[in-house]
Design a protein around this ligand. Structure first.
Ligand SMILES: [Zn+2]
Length: 144
């Protein structure tokens, strides 16, 4: 019966529950064309790069928080790290979706997100270095 209507069964399945009107089909075609052109040229939306930049800054501040909290005490450090990890799960999933929508492939999005994680490490090191510098200056003055 579906074949009589000129619609392939698998196509009919993907459209199930949606009104088969012209507007819906038009939007679908436009999104497909947009996706195809992105895949072809490898061009990505600015939104994707903005998201990565924001994510790097966010991870940097998380790194500062983790590094700083471990300096306060081991228990505080573990608790802070746990809280940030839990907070990061929905965060990174959302960012992953934004990157995919911006024209990144899954692999590119995963690599880009790993790169932003490096900003977190830099943040943690910044916290430790700055406190360490202060301490070493303090020790230096204690010796003399
Ligand atoms: Zn975050």
């Amino acid at each position: 019966r579906m074949l009589q209507l000129g619609v392939e069964p698998e196509r009919f399945d993907s459209l199930q529950g949606q009104p088969l009107d012209g507007r819906c089909l038009l939007r679908e075609a436009r999104e497909k064309a947009l996706k195809a052109s992105k895949e072809k040229t490898g061009k990505k939306d600015v939104a994707g790069y903005l998201n990565l930049m924001a994510n790097s800054i966010d991870n940097f501040t998380h790194g500062l928080a983790v590094g700083g909290s471990f300096l306060v005490g081991f228990r505080v450090g573990v608790l802070t790290t746990f809280a940030i990890l839990v907070h990061e799960i929905p965060h990174e999933v959302g960012d992953f979706a934004i990157l995919l929508r911006s024209g990144f492939s899954r692999w590119e999005a995963a690599k880009a997100q790993l790169a932003t994680a490096a900003a977190g490490l830099i943040g943690a090191m910044t916290a430790v270095i700055f406190s360490g510098a202060r301490n070493s200056i303090g020790k230096y003055f204690l010796i003399f």
